[in-house]
Design a protein around this ligand. Structure first.
Ligand SMILES: [Zn+2]
Ligand SMILES: [Zn+2]
Length: 295
């Protein structure tokens, strides 16, 4: 079982979905770099629509830039164009819009280090659109611009349904900054790695060595057969989410008005699989681990 909290290294903060004036964002590429660097981010992917924004010539001042694109092959069963985020390509990927999602993935995935599904709630995707795909490593569980644009930033239910159906998908948080709303810095991932180079970060993300957040920090997760111990920044609740019906545990069961918690141990049933951990802060912002598949 992969547990990034028990791996050596340190956590690096980054955003994998950002737009610039090379598509429909308001930041120039240099403004985007400066914005995230000043906010303390360690890495950033600029993901303009259908276009690879080169990092050459940008003054990154230590911010690691990962090459990225947002691509739009095909439409979902409810008629919305698909949005995919691909990271780590060497050259621009051109994929037609009039293909199936799987055909688009078949073209994109071999040319990138990893690909994930963008904002499924905003896009009105269904499990029929997403189940059984070959290629994506995960999906955006939170997308800040979708939250600030139309209140549909949280796709956790999409994620849990796919997990319940046996899909092994990682859960990203991004801000998808366009700067049409106060969307920047609203969601990010924390990647555990000993290698802070672009290559090391790409490898760690692809392996699932990260957690995602809108605010709280998760500092440790120690998982046994019958309990899990979580360490986090002060949170009003900690949940163990299991996608099976009625399964899971939360500190609300221990004390409805308990907390704030910085360390808590919750019981598990050995047959809950997978499980994932969520931490909820006083402002209602969540952080979440990737699923722990207990096999
Ligand atoms: Zn999009
Ligand atoms: Zn986008």
């Amino acid at each position: 079982m992969h547990n990034p909290f028990e791996l050596p290294g340190s956590f690096l903060k980054g955003n994998l979905h950002t737009h610039t004036t090379n598509s429909d964002g308001k930041f120039t590429p240099q403004q985007a770099v400066d914005h995230y660097r000043k906010a303390g981010y360690d890495f950033l992917a600029i993901t303009d629509h259908g276009r690879l924004t080169p990092g050459d010539g940008l003054d990154t001042d230590g911010l690691i830039l990962l090459p990225g694109m947002e691509l739009h092959p095909g439409t979902g069963e409810l008629g919305q164009t698909h949005h995919l985020v691909a990271i780590g390509m060497e050259t621009q990927i051109d994929v037609p819009r009039d293909v199936t999602l799987q055909a688009g993935l078949d073209a994109i995935v071999p040319c990138s280090r990893f690909t994930f599904i963008a904002h499924p709630y905003w896009t009105s995707l269904t499990y029929r659109d997403l189940q059984g795909l070959s290629g994506p490593i995960g999906l955006e569980v939170f997308n800040s611009t979708c939250e600030y644009g139309i209140g549909r930033g949280d796709s956790a239910v999409h994620w849990d349904e796919l997990l319940a159906r046996g899909e092994r998908l990682l859960g990203f948080a991004v801000d998808d900054a366009h700067c049409h709303y106060p969307d920047t810095l609203g969601g990010w991932i924390m990647v555990k790695t000993e290698d802070g180079s672009a290559e090391g970060i790409l490898e760690a993300i692809a392996a699932g060595s990260f957690y995602a957040s809108r605010g709280p920090s998760i500092e440790g997760v120690t998982l046994g057969d019958k309990q899990v111990t979580v360490r986090c920044s002060p949170c009003r609740a900690v949940h163990v989410i299991c996608p099976s019906a009625g399964c899971g545990m939360t500190t609300y069961q221990l004390a409805p008005n308990g907390g704030p918690y910085t360390q808590v141990t919750l019981p598990l049933s050995p047959d809950w699989n997978p499980i994932r951990v969520e931490c909820l802060d006083e402002s209602g912002r969540k952080a979440w681990t990737n699923p722990f598949w207990r096999d």
